[in-house]
Ligand binder design. Structure first.
Ligand SMILES: [Zn+2]
Length: 436
């Protein structure tokens, strides 16, 4: 290897590096000039495969003032990497495994003075691995804060890389998304562009007007809890000046690494009798019919709030092992609540269900519009009935221990586009992005 031009130091810290490769790069003349002038930064750069080819995203190559702007390049544009088919296959296969990715390591000149990039198959370190490394280096750093900063940066650079690829501005809230979580795509409204639909895999998603910012449109992409780690192709269909067009972007579904929870229950509670089974499946069908309908209009104008200020006793996504057999997962967030604790509406909306159900007991479901529903279960008393309009903070009733529970608490959950997702992550996503 020749003279190093730039190093991606964070990659060495964040990953266990396995096999390394040397790749050539497709570069514009102005980019080569920028590299020769040492105006390169690999920080926050990453590699993704698009149609079987590898691309380096978000590496910063500075423009020289001497280059005319017209002939110059996007400083954080995507750059195609030159690799042999065998090497590509090896890497594509590697990233299919959970926790694996391809990372850029360093940029250098080879013996023939050509720009090369060293990349590696890498496995993300678990928090405790990193913690050990930190200890080894005697660095005292708040890991959680570092992770938070990292995610924030990820959001920011994605906005840049995505908008450089599109003729209209799209903001994807995250490039990787765990199963059970929700991603957000935002579009700027343009009188020449009409957004038709979004397709991910075989699923279609509706594009809605932003509830408060009329100049923007959005789509929420809820990932099923049962979604396996993979790269997902997002196809955006739109009409620009009467021409039908399509754009594609890629994001990755990662494993949410949810904890397992062992629950011992009486056999009669696990296997239902015929009557209960019939009732439960009827109630399920009724709820799914509600979740699959969506209004064009949004009822919300302010941020979502939690339904009570109380300790969270069980988070979303814990895998549930009843008497040693896996039976689903925890589909919401549980709040500690003794019988009779007031429950309030998370946001404005219409009550679409308020009744006693087999599993969830006394339940309230609120339609917030545009396919977003919040649910409140195991209540002891209702303050609302079906078709009531509620405002954020209005009393819905009191907590209890109705339905299939081991003790009193509030089970709070959300559905988006029919999918059950982490309620607290969804609230944060909407509050911090959509409504800001
Ligand atoms: Zn629960």
């Amino acid at each position: 290897m020749g003279e190093t031009i730039a190093k991606n130091k964070k990659a060495y810290f964040d990953y266990f590096l396995e096999e390394k490769f040397e790749a050539g790069m497709v570069l514009a003349g102005s980019e080569v000039k920028g590299i020769r002038a040492n105006r390169v930064n690999l920080k926050d750069s990453f590699i993704r495969f698009v149609n079987g080819e590898a691309f380096l995203f978000n590496a910063h190559i500075g423009r020289l003032n001497t280059t005319h702007h017209y002939y110059s390049h996007e400083e954080r544009g995507s750059r195609k990497l030159l690799l042999h088919k065998k090497q590509l296959m090896k890497m594509i296969k590697a990233v299919e495994k959970d926790g694996y990715t391809i990372v850029p390591l360093q940029l250098y000149f080879n013996a023939r003075n050509l720009v090369k990039i060293q990349i590696a198959i890498a496995k993300g370190k678990q928090l405790h691995d990193k913690r050990q490394d930190l200890k080894a280096k005697d660095m005292k750093r708040d890991i959680q804060r570092a992770m938070k900063d990292y995610w924030l940066k990820l959001v920011i650079f994605l906005v840049i890389f995505v908008s450089s690829l599109f003729s209209f501005s799209i903001e994807l809230s995250d490039s990787t998304i765990a199963n059970g979580k929700t991603a957000l795509l935002e579009f700027s409204q343009d009188k020449n562009i009409k957004y038709d639909k979004i397709v991910v895999g075989k699923k279609k998603y509706k594009i809605y007007d932003n509830p408060i910012h009329k100049e923007k449109a959005y789509v929420l992409l809820p990932m099923s809890y049962y979604e396996k780690p993979s790269d997902k192709k997002v196809e955006i269909f739109y009409t620009e000046e009467k021409n039908e067009k399509k754009r594609v972007l890629i994001f990755r579904v990662k494993d949410g690494k949810y904890k397992k929870e062992k629950i011992k229950v009486q056999k009669s509670k696990v296997s239902l009798n015929k009557k209960d089974k019939k009732r439960a499946s009827k109630e399920y069908a009724e709820a799914m019919k509600i979740y699959k309908t969506s209004t064009e209009k949004s009822y919300i104008s302010k941020e979502f709030i939690v339904p009570m200020k109380s300790k969270i006793t069980s988070g979303f996504g814990k895998a549930r092992v009843y008497n040693d057999s896996l039976k689903g997962y925890h589909s919401g967030t549980d709040f500690r609540a003794k019988i009779g604790t007031p429950i309030i509406a998370s946001n404005d909306g219409v009550v679409v269900l308020a009744k006693d159900r087999f599993y969830s007991g006394n339940s309230v479901i609120i339609d917030h519009g545009q396919g977003i529903y919040s649910c409140y279960y195991h209540m002891s008393k209702f303050d609302v009935k079906k078709d009531d309009t509620v405002k954020r903070g209005d009393s819905l009733g009191l907590s209890g221990d109705s339905g299939r529970v081991t003790g009193p608490h509030l089970h709070f959950s959300f559905r988006v586009g029919g999918e059950q997702v982490d309620p607290l992550q969804l609230i944060e996503l909407i509050n911090k992005n959509l409504l800001q």
